[in-house]
Design a protein around this ligand. Structure first.
Ligand SMILES: [Zn+2]
Length: 294
């Protein structure tokens, strides 16, 4: 593949999202010479410490800096560039009734303000392809839903010369995808293998939850599977770089790499909008992008 002039922008809500959604795909494209930029909308300031080994003095009180350091290490592991859009994590509201969102957080920022900030980065970076989350946000975190809304609006506005004239000369993005990496089908494939060899499936709880989570499986929406198994170790290094958020003994690492590479070597995406013609199913996010669009 001639990757010269190709640019991929992955828009994510929090630092660590880029490492759990489409990370191996980004590492592959970067390795093949594509310029890959992760745009992180918020600083992840409200992420709770999910790794018991990191729940120690000196971490929580400087969490903003810690998450910046973690993000830099993750981007280095994937071989990609990363840009902070500078909004404040909304946190995941919990309880019944749900508490109000904290003042000044990303989910409360007027949509136009966030869209303009992203349009500015799109017009500078000039990606042919963007990735983001579907309308459900992948999971119902207010920042993830907002990430979808902002990305889609920015995809439309970036090429419109009348929209946000102060945000730079227009650039038309050719394609935008939703990440669909967490599929029931993938988990069931692993579960079947454990059943076949007669061992307990380490992610049974996760599988049960996914089966229960009715809205859950978006498998029928997948249009594009990118082979990226060679880059799973880089993906795992990037995940581990987010040491406060990702437990190295947790679910992400429960299935041996070799088994993942053999049984499920791809990452999944849904082509949400395209301005170039392409035939689905696809195996390449840049399918249909002509050299003159580069
Ligand atoms: Zn997130």
């Amino acid at each position: 593949m001639d990757a010269s002039g190709l640019r991929l922008m992955a828009v994510h809500a929090h630092p660590d999202d880029e490492s759990s959604k489409g990370a191996a795909t980004m590492a592959r494209y970067a390795d093949e010479g594509v310029d890959v930029l992760v745009v992180t909308l918020t600083g992840g300031e409200r992420g709770s410490i999910l790794n018991p080994a990191m729940d120690i003095p000196g971490i929580a009180d400087r969490i903003q800096d810690v998450r910046r350091e973690e993000m830099a290490a993750a981007a280095a592991a994937l071989g990609v560039r990363q840009h902070w859009l500078g909004f404040i994590d909304s946190g995941l509201p919990e309880g019944d009734p749900l508490p109000p969102l904290p003042e000044g957080c990303f989910a409360l920022v007027p949509l136009e303000e966030a869209v303009e900030a992203l349009v500015k980065v799109i017009r500078e970076f000039k990606p042919q392809v963007m990735t983001t989350y579907d309308e459900n946000g992948g999971y119902p975190h207010p920042d993830h839903i907002r990430c979808h809304e902002v990305s889609m609006a920015a995809f439309e506005a970036a090429g419109d010369p009348d929209a946000f004239p102060d945000a730079g000369p227009p650039w038309t993005v050719s394609k935008i995808y939703y990440d669909h990496g967490f599929s029931l089908k993938r988990l069931e494939t692993f579960a079947d293998e454990y059943a076949r060899i007669g061992e307990p499936f380490p992610l049974q709880e996760w599988l049960d939850r996914m089966r229960e989570y009715k809205r859950g499986d978006a498998w029928h929406r997948v249009t594009t599977q990118v082979e990226a198994s060679k880059y799973f170790p880089q993906r795992d290094d990037a995940l581990r770089a987010h040491a406060t958020q990702i437990d190295p003994n947790g679910a992400f690492f429960a299935i041996p790499l070799e088994l993942q590479q053999r049984l499920w070597p791809t990452e999944e995406f849904e082509l949400a909008k395209t301005r170039v013609s392409t035939a689905v199913p696809e195996t390449d996010l840049f399918a249909g992008i002509e050299s003159d669009k580069r």
